[in-house]
Ligand binder design. Structure first.
Ligand SMILES: [Fe+2]
Ligand SMILES: [Fe+2]
Length: 362
């Protein structure tokens, strides 16, 4: 008896939850029989309790079922929509706004039904073809400035500079041992770390701006731009090198440690934090230079550039991995300048907000 009743309740719940996830059919038919089912079970099981308690439990549960029904209807059903809206949804589901499927955050053919009016506008490239990336838009793309001086180096003079310099140098040994000459994998893994400081610095400056009722001089945006740019490096290298399970585990651990260490360092001394990033970027330039040497020697295959890179850096369609590494290295040189500059501002006794931030410097 008990098993039978439980089965009826499970069926009733499925009847309500099902439409939420699988169907757009009407819900009304379920309600009356479900309430009966619940009554059946609670009529049997609640004899252990006083009558009032049983009745109120029943009311609460029926209320919950109604809420689920309404929630399900809101999320899944098209019954409440007019014919015109249903037509529009069919068009979306048919892929009218979907466009070509693309890896790494591109559109897919499955339209997502929404009546909130936030469907993205159809964006096209300069040549009129459809823009296929959701993760960045055409106005965020740029041509890398390859003329930047890659040999610039900030000589460590002060105590804090030396701390920053030797911290970065000491981090290089385990990295060299772990990756050896697997530069593709190395680049991908290091980008998972490189994208953290900009986000942490930007977040802390954002909070400071709120706390102290003051402008940031554009530095929040500049640092968040850097974080986003580093993340795009990662999204690009992901296309040519897939992380193994133990590398994913390593990223997980390193991110936990590095995020917190950098957060505390930035709180204690922003000039040290930016100097560390400046030296990290110098190391990144060195790593990418070695990567290019391996590509030139032929030990790493110079495969065609991933589509995401061609669109992000506005590269010619026949670009190769070598071209990608070259523009990424130029980006690192720009990050290097920005972070050493930020550290210098602090060294000269000023705050970042006093110097206009190099937004869009790449
Ligand atoms: Fe990077
Ligand atoms: Fe960088």
């Amino acid at each position: 008896m008990m098993i039978k009743s439980t089965t009826r309740v499970a069926r009733a719940v499925l009847c309500h939850m099902g439409p939420r996830y699988f169907s757009t059919t009407a819900l009304h038919g379920c309600v009356a029989s479900d309430v009966q089912a619940i009554r059946g079970v609670f009529g049997g099981t609640t004899t252990f309790f006083h009558g009032n308690l049983a009745q109120s439990s029943e009311k609460v549960l029926v209320g919950c079922m109604r809420l689920l029904a309404v929630g399900g209807a809101r999320k899944a059903s098209t019954l409440a929509l007019g014919d015109k809206q249903q037509e529009e949804e069919k068009k979306v589901q048919g892929g009218e706004t979907g466009g070509a499927a693309a890896a790494g955050g591109g559109n897919n053919n499955k339209g997502i039904v929404s009546y909130w009016g936030v469907e993205p506008a159809k964006i096209t490239k300069e040549d009129g073809s459809e823009w296929r990336w959701n993760c960045f838009k055409p106005w965020e793309t740029y041509k890398a400035d390859l003329s930047i001086d890659l040999k610039k180096h900030h000589a460590p003079v002060t105590f804090l500079d030396k701390v920053a310099y030797w911290t970065v140098k000491s981090l290089r040994f385990p990295t060299d041992i772990f990756f050896q000459r697997r530069y593709g994998c190395r680049a991908m893994m290091l980008e998972t770390v490189a994208a953290v400081p900009g986000m942490v610095g930007g977040m802390l400056l954002h909070c400071k701006s709120l706390r102290q009722f003051e402008h940031s001089g554009g530095w929040i945006k500049a640092l968040l731009e850097e974080a986003e740019n580093e993340r795009m490096h990662l999204m690009t290298f992901m296309e040519v090198s897939q992380p193994r399970w133990y590398e994913r585990a390593l990223v997980f651990t390193v991110q936990g440690v590095f995020f917190n260490a950098y957060f505390l360092t930035y709180l204690a001394s922003p000039k040290l934090a930016h100097r560390i990033v400046g030296y990290l970027e110098e190391e990144a330039i060195h790593s990418y230079t070695e990567f290019l040497k391996e590509l030139d020697k032929g030990t790493i295959e110079n495969v065609p550039a991933p589509a995401i890179a061609i669109d992000y850096w506005r590269m010619p369609p026949n670009s190769t991995l070598r071209d990608v590494v070259t523009v990424v290295r130029a980006d690192e040189a720009h990050h290097c300048d920005v972070n050493h500059f930020a550290s210098d501002i602090h060294y000269q006794g000023h705050e970042l907000k006093e110097a206009p931030a190099p937004i869009g410097y790449h």
